[in-house]
Design a protein around this ligand. Structure first.
Ligand SMILES: [Zn+2]
Length: 684
């Protein structure tokens, strides 16, 4: 539900040593180009298929393992991080600690997740009470209290609430009401006629869940689960019908509708809104309703649907949510649908990986604090700050020199750019986990307590000022983000390490890798979403009409271009849905390229290394970040659900628009990587 704009799966890059004189440069005998020839496929002409040329070797050397639906160079880094976390967690799990310490909580949670004997013994027992509570509902009037109880443990049928900045008063956190509750994920899965097999798979999955959990027995329809699962699927289909489309959910204006509690009550008559909010600890007069029409329509839907179907739907949501933390039959049913059918994986991840992820998800900052103490070198932060400054001045230069904006709007853009808050490595202030209880009852009971702890923490922010020190990612995350309402860019420690962030390689490579990542996040401040926010993070149109028109005309080039890419036979990329990310890639490349030219002028870069020019190495490094192998199921799933373009497109489609790339590799009309200069998108 978070609206943060993430680069998702990035990589990291370099630590360039600080400003080097050319003398120092000559002396840096050991510095390599950073290019690994085994990752290239030099039998392919870069002018025809740059992705194959730059990543073909990597793809061949890293065949997909059964547990992955996609595996790329940043997954490799994430896997390495996970090994480091495992080591930290296991060292705690092997010792005894005082009750209530962070070490006890991390160690016990891990041990319980690994204890397969107890998990098998307990079977469905950890969710029995919750399911009885659903089977016992007698009247729709009970739904209000039920939604409160379930929202607290992370189950949000129909709609849910979270706290996030008020787009028109971004220093304050307000409540957001948002559409939720589609078990398969994207609404297209329910509506696309081509996806009948996925719907059938989902109904089979629900059938199993209701039987295995004992819910069908409690609810009195044992042996009739299949028909009941079909009813639940039909209800979710009706929800999908009235869901706001994913493209509109990216529109900050369409999703901003401040509504008084009284007015909301008028359109949401199936619950007692005041009691619902109070139950969640919220004493508020108004809130933002993300999808006004949906709320009206879902109210009608709940009214006309029988209580039994609603109860079965809610029960399915609960079991589905718990399935990964119960005995094997649940874990396997869950994997068969989400892992195999939806993503094309053939093997489940080993138990330790799943449990490390769970501990990391439940107590991320506690684990992160240990992680940075051991693995994050202090000099990396300094080096990144320097790089960010270089990128910031390169973007400023490009804004000042562009030919399509008026001076007045340029000035505001520059103002916004210089107001960026930059977060690197790890937070200055750590989260307090003292009120989280981890006990030796059951693995799932602890997941419930951890979720409740998290929900209460998130909801407690509502009605209070936004905390500028807060981080929206943990330090061990291999990713980065831009948050429009705080106007901040953040680069967690997890991404700032080899093989992508490397002190010993020439900076041309590093500008192509982490440099483009930094430029990408900065550009998010000026993409189709980010441009709507001013330097203080308020939704506030600071553009002249003419500048807006020019922006839209320039970005439409990317929309049309990506709409024309066939990712699988008959399946096309979604240019509008991926626009923000494609603008960020386009801008990130252009901006980091300018920064590289400045570094070259200062004498810190070697022109020729390993047979490639500095500019060529920059683009090879960029492509290397996106090296991956991916399954067809995952291509389809990502095209539906991921606002980022596929790795191959982030290279081959994106680079066609970058004129310095065309020049660096001497690409000419007739080459497959060629498009005419007037067809290229040039925005930031
Ligand atoms: Zn991004």
């Amino acid at each position: 539900m978070k609206k943060v704009l993430m680069l998702s799966m990035i990589c990291s890059a370099l630590i360039l040593s600080s400003c080097k004189s050319s003398k120092e440069n000559e002396e840096s005998v050991g510095r390599t180009s950073g290019i690994k020839f085994e990752n290239l496929d030099t039998t392919v002409r870069p002018q025809d298929d740059f992705y194959k040329f730059a990543c073909g070797g990597w793809q061949k050397n890293n065949p997909l393992k059964g547990e992955y639906s996609r595996y790329g160079s940043f997954d490799q880094l994430a896997e390495n991080n996970q090994l480091q976390l495992k080591e930290l967690i296991i060292s705690l799990a092997g010792e005894t600690h005082d009750e209530g310490t962070v070490a006890q909580k991390i160690g016990d949670l891990y041990n319980m997740g690994m204890d397969s004997l107890t998990l098998e013994e307990q079977g469905a027992e950890p969710i029995t009470e919750l399911l009885k509570g659903i089977a016992d509902i007698k009247d729709k009037k009970e739904l209000t209290a039920k939604f409160v109880e379930l929202n607290k443990i992370g189950v949000s049928p129909f709609f849910g609430i979270f706290g996030e900045a008020d787009p028109q008063n971004s220093s304050m956190t307000i409540a957001w009401l948002w559409q939720t509750g589609l078990g398969i994920g994207d609404r297209d899965y329910y509506l696309d006629p081509e996806m009948e097999n996925i719907r059938t798979g989902y109904a089979d999955f629900l059938t199993k869940l209701m039987a295995m959990s004992g819910y069908s027995k409690m609810a009195g329809f044992e042996n009739n689960e299949q028909a009941k699962a079909q009813e639940v699927l039909n209800l979710e289909k009706s929800m999908a019908d009235i869901f706001m489309d994913k493209i509109d959910t990216r529109d900050p204006y369409k999703t901003y509708n401040m509504t008084s509690v009284e007015d909301l009550q008028k359109s949401l008559t199936v619950i007692d809104v005041k009691a619902y909010l109070t139950g969640l600890g919220l004493d508020i007069e108004s809130l933002n309703v993300g999808q006004v029409e949906y709320i009206k329509n879902v109210n009608k839907l709940i009214s006309k649907t029988s209580l039994d179907i609603i109860k079965n739907y809610i029960a399915c949501q609960i079991i589905n949510n718990a399935a990964g933390y119960l005995s094997n039959e649940f874990v396997e049913a869950n994997f068969d649908f989400y892992g195999k059918q939806l993503s094309g994986k053939t093997e489940m991840k080993p138990r330790w990986k799943r449990v490390v992820s769970t501990v990391d998800g439940a107590m991320g900052e506690a684990v992160g604090q240990m992680y940075v103490e051991k693995y994050f070198p202090a000099e990396a932060k300094e080096r990144m700050l320097h790089l960010v400054k270089n990128l910031q001045s390169a973007l400023a230069e490009r804004i000042s020199q562009n030919t399509w904006m008026t001076e007045a709007t340029k000035e505001k853009a520059l103002d916004k750019l210089s107001a960026f808050i930059v977060k690197i490595g790890y937070p200055d202030k750590w989260r307090d986990f003292s009120s989280l209880e981890i006990k030796k009852d059951s693995y799932y009971a602890n997941i419930l307590r951890a979720t409740k702890f998290e929900t209460e923490y998130q909801l407690s922010k509502i009605g209070k000022p936004v905390d500028p020190m807060e981080w929206l990612m943990t330090p061990q995350t291999v990713n980065a983000y831009y948050n429009p309402t705080t106007n901040e860019i953040c680069f967690p420690a997890g991404i700032l390490q080899p093989p992508f962030f490397d002190m010993n390689v020439d900076d041309a490579f590093n500008y192509g890798a982490i440099g483009v990542v930094i430029g990408h996040e900065m550009t998010h401040g000026f993409d189709d979403q980010g441009r709507n926010y001013d330097k203080t993070g308020n939704l506030n149109n600071w553009w002249t009409e003419e500048d807006s028109k020019n922006f839209e005309a320039r970005t439409k080039v990317l929309v049309d271009f990506f709409n024309g890419i066939e990712v699988l036979p008959g399946v096309f990329a979604n240019g509008q849905f991926t626009l923000g990310e494609n603008i960020a890639d386009n801008g990130g490349l252009n901006v980091s390229y300018v920064a590289l030219q400045k570094a070259k002028a200062e004498g810190g870069i070697q022109e020729d290394m390993d047979g490639y020019t500095a500019d060529q190495r920059f683009f090879i490094a960029y492509a290397g970040v996106w090296a991956n192998n991916i399954r067809e199921e995952e291509i389809l799933r990502r095209t539906k659900e991921d606002p980022h373009s596929l790795g191959e497109m982030r290279v081959n489609a994106t680079l066609k628009h970058i004129t310095p790339f065309v020049e660096a590799f001497g690409i000419k009309e007739g080459d497959k990587m060629w498009i005419a200069p007037e067809e290229r998108a040039n925005i930031w």
